[in-house]
Design a protein around this ligand. Structure first.
Ligand SMILES: [Zn+2]
Length: 260
């Protein structure tokens, strides 16, 4: 899906969630816990420079999903296509909604939400940043910069990324349950369970952990993340002033079961 469509979808979600924010209290979906992720990549993760970890430079050799036009590292895309083929055997039609995102793509989404919250809610700066962070990572801190993260939907969801609510159709719940059981066999881990940190439950976000566990360590070893935040990022003053806390909330969102 092109970024425009993705943004249109985010806009729709923003409309939906904007009315409940900042009371973002969506309970984690009742999915099975992640089984052990297959952690034996056939090739070593390509080395990513700090600028690549921060989304300022494209990771090397990204490949395009012909159906969605989304990009990921070759091994990640290969794992996705294998998972997709496996899913088809069980009558699930996977849709890759979002793969690699640059700092600038992420900034566009961040600023979009910032504008949305400014116009629809009278929130303090802190509440606004928290509300945005529950939906989208701070530009530069998104795991999507690493080209290892995929937002995956299904045909019955018409490409939407939805959480499980009491009214969610059974087929959708069945799909997420299928993914929870099968995606780890292809190296994917569901990193955002909505239990810790800033990000709420994201049953659609899958991380290719044979690679991303390394990038996670390298990312945490960086010391100058904040250099990339400039005046083009909305709420940058607040983000800069509170950067250690922001970083902790962002990193603390990740499901630590993935590392086991
Ligand atoms: Zn995602």
């Amino acid at each position: 899906m092109r970024l425009g469509l993705f943004l249109a979808f985010l806009t729709a979600l923003g409309g939906l969630w904007g009315c409940v924010a900042p009371r973002v209290s969506v309970k984690p979906s009742p999915l099975p816990g992640p089984p052990a992720v297959k952690l034996t990549p056939t090739v070593q993760p390509p080395v990513l420079a700090p600028d690549q970890l921060l989304g300022l430079k494209r990771p090397p050799g990204l490949v395009k999903d012909p159906d969605s036009g989304q990009y990921a590292l070759p091994e990640v895309m290969d794992a996705f296509l294998k998972l997709k083929a496996r899913a088809e055997q069980d009558n699930w039609r996977l849709i890759l909604v979002s793969g690699y995102r640059s700092f600038w793509s992420q900034r566009r989404i961040w600023n979009h939400y910032d504008n949305l919250y400014r116009s629809s809610d009278k929130l303090s700066e802190k509440a606004r940043v928290r509300a945005i962070m529950s939906l989208v990572s701070v530009p530069g801190l998104s795991r999507h910069h690493w080209a290892t993260e995929l937002d995956i939907s299904e045909k019955s969801l018409r490409g939407q990324l939805v959480r499980i609510q009491p009214s969610t159709p059974k087929r959708v719940v069945d799909f997420y349950n299928w993914m929870a059981v099968n995606a780890p066999q292809f190296g994917f881990c569901r990193v955002y369970l909505g239990i810790h940190g800033a990000v709420t439950d994201e049953p659609w976000h899958w991380s290719y952990f044979p690679y991303s566990r390394d990038y996670e360590r390298q990312f945490m070893a960086l010391s100058d993340y904040h250099r990339i935040l400039d005046i083009s990022v909305d709420d940058v003053d607040y983000l800069m002033k509170n950067f250690p806390k922001i970083l902790k909330r962002e990193i603390g969102s990740v499901n630590n079961e993935c590392s086991r």
